[in-house]
Write a protein that binds this ligand. Structure first.
Ligand code: PRP
Ligand code: URA
Length: 208
């Protein structure tokens, strides 16, 4: 499977607070943001660096530079926007696109309502953000749209992934690596991740 599950005590600790149904909106948002920073850290492990020269107060030395302008962060609306802060805090110059999708509650199929991505998407490292990978319909469609726009290097960051969602993205887009904080057990009869954390969008925005 083309998936990396973060196995770090801090991730497991924060994820458990996130899952707790008693965790309120403010704390939930903060945790989504913090976990997203950790996912981004892992996803950038293979980033290409340029050699630069740095002058410290002591002497000149060799340094490295990561070209943030090469990156595009693409949250899937709406819950994906909750992850954005955690990434732009550490990569403030990355470009940002948005893909609007919602799941039809009966069919569980994603419905598109918005699409806007940065120019030259074909030359950028594209990082798609969505806290929940459930059936995989939204993630798979979002990646297909990005590929239709020319994107070639795509990674998918989520907080919780179901085995079903991972399988779907891996089958349709084997080139796209998934990064998650947890691979959960399964989906329930209404397409929610078990044990999961409930409806990520509602918990981030306090809508229910
Ligand atoms: C949630 C979630 C994903 C999607 C995952 O969004 O944020 O986008 O469901 O499900 P899937 O893998 O089965 O497609 P939702 O449709 O609830 O919209 P929202 O972000 O606006 O709340
Ligand atoms: N979307 C969510 O927000 N949560 C789930 O468990 C599945 C889809």
């Amino acid at each position: 499977m083309n998936v990396i599950e973060l196995n770090h005590p801090l991730v497991k600790h924060k994820l458990s607070i996130l899952r707790n149904k008693k965790t309120g909106t403010k704390k939930f948002r903060e945790l989504v943001s913090e976990l997203s920073t950790m996912l981004c850290y892992e996803a950038l492990k293979d980033a290409t660096l340029e050699d630069i020269e740095v002058e410290t107060p002591i002497c000149k030395t060799k340094g490295k530079r990561l070209n943030e302008d090469n990156y595009a962060f693409i949250p899937i609306l709406r819950a994906g926007t909750g992850m954005l802060d955690g990434l732009i805090n550490i990569m403030p110059n990355a470009k940002i696109g948005h893909i609007g999708l919602y799941r039809n509650e009966e069919t569980l199929k994603p419905v598109k309502y918005y699409y806007k991505v940065p120019v030259n998407i074909d030359k950028r490292e594209v990082i798609v953000l969505d806290p929940m990978l459930a059936t995989g319909g939204s993630g798979t469609d979002a990646i297909s749209m990005l590929k239709s726009s020319g994107a070639k290097n795509i990674k998918f960051l989520c907080i919780i992934a179901s085995p079903e969602g991972i399988k779907k993205i891996n089958e349709v887009h084997p080139d796209v690596k998934i990064y998650c904080a947890s691979i959960d057990e399964c989906l329930n009869e209404v397409g929610y991740i078990v044990p999961g954390l409930g409806d990520a969008g509602d918990r981030i925005f306090g809508t229910k």
